[in-house]
Design a protein around this ligand. Structure first.
Ligand code: MRU
Length: 364
């Protein structure tokens, strides 16, 4: 797993692994401009809620680092009030641009907002000494902090999540909520990696996750790289595998968790939760606190991304599988009602029902 670096800050640019090419090619892309980062997020070269947040933080810095509009409006040294004001407007403008890349993963907005507020706060607290070059430096430092915190959050999620599973358990997961969806260790897969470090062994069933196959292409790749036995199944095989008694727990990630615990995650997750309930298999969600959106009371308010027809109608971009005359519906996420979730694993600890009350307490 350590071999595959989702994202890094190197030589003044953000280096990402292009996940659209996995597992065939391990190809790293150097992102040097905000437009390039916008495109990478939109087409899922970098994906997974926490990784999108980190990518957006670096992307926003890239969008403002070459700002040169601060010369002269009130003196020309980039530190006058008007210059700072123009710079902060530019930060806000670039933030709004990047926020339009994808709608569901709240980590995107969380990271952008954190960066934006940081710039405004740093400018306000420096008063007449505020300086654009310093503000740019501050923004890069904040992006690097978000990146480092994400690594720590994943490990802590792994440690807490390990309380829910036992040595030799077989876990079913959907989509990819592993190292390649975060800065390092993943969320849903983190307990498995932490357990492995402690000498425990697990097996994993990875749903292939139509239409973009994040389970087959990405989860199966990173688990096999880490030496964890993984078996890929088509999404429609999960009920049959569960009924065979081979699965002891389901663990998935999240793109946004509402105040009542309703959870948006990759399309098909809701079905996995229903199947797990039918078979009395515990269904867990693992996510950092940056994935919670306490501004919305329930999952009904989570915006669900709809993606293009070709993702469904053309298999892996190569073979037409749907006649032109047929319509296609391609929602990228669904919402699992919190009553189907046995526990939510966060970096601060485990959250059990009743969720509205316990989420508020945990995140307070
Ligand atoms: O469309 P994607 O690949 O970005 O969707 C990813 C997921 O649904 C993940 O499960 C989720 O973001 C959690 S990642 C730790």
């Amino acid at each position: 797993m350590a071999r595959l670096k989702t994202i890094e800050w190197q030589n003044n640019c953000a280096r990402i692994i292009d996940q659209t090419l996995l597992p065939e090619k391990i190809h790293y892309l150097d992102i040097t401009a905000i437009g390039q980062m916008y495109e990478a997020i939109k087409v899922l070269r970098v994906r997974g809620a926490p990784a999108i947040g980190v990518a957006a933080a670096f992307g926003l810095y890239l969008g403002v680092r070459d700002f040169d509009g601060g010369n002269g409006s009130d003196g020309g040294n980039g530190s006058g009030n008007d210059d700072i004001h123009t710079f902060l407007n530019h930060v806000d403008d670039r933030a709004a641009y990047l926020a339009a890349a994808r709608p569901t993963a709240v980590n995107l907005f969380w990271a952008i907002d954190r960066m934006r507020k940081y710039a405004h706060h740093a400018a306000a607290s420096s008063g007449s000494n505020a300086d654009i070059n310093n503000l740019k430096k501050n923004l890069l430092e904040e992006a690097l902090r978000i990146f480092e915190e994400d690594k720590r959050m994943c490990r802590a999620i792994g440690e807490h999540g390990l309380e829910l599973i036992k040595d030799k358990n077989c876990i079913l997961t959907h989509c990819n909520a592993g190292g390649l969806a975060t800065s390092e260790f993943g969320t849903a897969l983190a307990p498995i990696y932490v357990g492995q470090e402690q000498g425990l062994s697990f097996r994993v069933f990875a749903d292939e996750t139509r239409p973009l196959l994040q389970g087959a292409r990405i989860t199966a790749l990173e688990l096999s790289e880490a030496g964890i036995p993984v078996t890929v199944i088509c999404d429609n095989m999960a009920a049959s595998v569960m009924s065979s008694g081979q699965v002891q727990a389901c663990i998935v990630g999240a793109d946004r968790i509402a105040a009542n615990g309703d959870t948006a995650n990759k399309i098909g997750t809701f079905g996995v939760a229903i199947m797990a309930a039918y078979h009395n298999i515990p269904f867990y969600v693992a996510a950092p606190s940056s994935t919670f959106d306490l501004s919305i009371p329930s999952g009904a308010r989570i915006p669900i991304e709809e993606r293009g027809r070709e993702e469904v109608a053309v298999f892996c971009g190569a073979k037409k599988t749907v006649p032109d005359a047929a319509a296609v519906f391609n929602p990228s996420f669904d919402v699992t009602p919190s009553k189907l979730i046995a526990a939510i694993v966060t970096e601060r600890g485990l959250i059990y029902p009743p969720y509205a009350e316990n989420i508020a307490k945990m995140l307070a």
